[in-house]
Design a binder for this molecule. Structure first.
Ligand code: AMP
Length: 281
């Protein structure tokens, strides 16, 4: 059976009426093993799986890579077929944004921190399109990747606060053998940059693997990692330690810490993060 492709909201909604336990994975296409792992995650609970491919202009800032974002629809459809995905929602821009969007999802302060500081408006664009997709598809489950940790936390909070009737399931980051997190943006890297790209992960891993997990030491290691990446010609946006639960400040209640980083090699901005247990002090 081949994947059913829906370009219109009406046809999708008619199909949805006859489907139970629907699992959903939202993507911008250029599918890789990270996306496929999210499909596996929803498949564990869902009877039917739908994927969306939509490069959402609302979440790209001025001067960002909206026009050059890799679009590989034919290969993507072949992958979804091979993966036995039931349906693909493939809206054109006029379908999702038939008029200038005037209502947006207001995002919490968290959206102005970490990546939000460097990409103003990004998380508002993400939250708005994801809530549109949830309203159109009405999935029972949706999976989002830990790779985009801040996005995952914002969507989880949005679902709680706005009472979306679905469960969000997180999926671990899929990496290349040496540790580089898979990302569509890796395709922009030159061969030399591609070799270097793992350095961001290795810098975060050094912090996450430290035997001495006292906060003071972790903070010291963050400074060392920043210097190290700077010396290796990265342009660093941030490396930060946060409570893994909704990215608050670390306190004596913190059980898990996440160390998050964003940095560019040439024009290519990469993000990554690693979570680890924290026992206080
Ligand atoms: P994107 O197509 O980049 O918008 O990503 C769609 C979904 O796939 C998001 O929930 C991402 O967090 C997730 N994702 C992207 N890369 C990875 C990866 N390497 N491992 C796990 N999930 C990923």
């Amino acid at each position: 059976m081949s994947v059913k492709i829906f370009e219109s909201i009406e046809e999708l909604r008619a199909w949805r009426l006859g489907v139970k336990k629907l699992g959903f994975v939202a993507t911008m296409g250029n599918l890789h093993a990270g996306h496929l792992s999210l499909i596996d995650t929803v498949k564990e609970r869902a009877e039917t799986v739908i994927v969306s491919i939509f490069v959402n202009p609302l979440q790209f800032g001025e001067g960002e890579d909206l026009s050059s974002y890799p679009r590989t629809l034919e290969e993507d459809i072949a992958k979804l077929e091979a993966y036995k995905v039931d349906a693909l929602f493939l809206p054109r821009e006029e379908i999702l944004y038939p008029r200038e969007q005037s209502f947006f999802v207001k995002v919490p302060d968290l959206a102005g921190q970490l990546c939000g500081k460097f990409r103003p408006g990004h998380f508002e664009g993400v939250a708005t399109v994801v809530s549109k997709l949830f309203n159109i598809i009405e999935p029972d489950f949706a999976s989002f990747g830990e790779k985009d940790y801040q996005q995952l936390q914002i969507i989880k909070a949005m679902v709680k606060d706005l009472n979306f009737n679905l469960k969000i399931i997180s999926s671990p980051t899929i990496r290349e053998e040496k540790g580089l997190a898979l990302s569509s943006r890796n395709t922009y890297l030159s061969p030399a940059e591609k070799k270097k790209a793992v350095e961001l992960y290795l810098a975060l891993k050094k912090i996450a693997d430290s035997k001495d997990k006292r906060l003071l030491n972790l903070k010291k290691l963050v400074s060392v990692a920043k210097e190290d990446l700077f010396k290796k010609s990265w342009k660093l946006d941030y490396i930060e330690l946060r409570d893994a639960d909704f990215l608050g400040e670390i306190s004596d209640k913190t059980k898990k810490i996440v160390v998050l980083g964003a940095a560019s090699l040439g024009k290519v901005r990469l993000i990554d993060n690693i979570s680890f247990d924290y026992k206080g002090e």
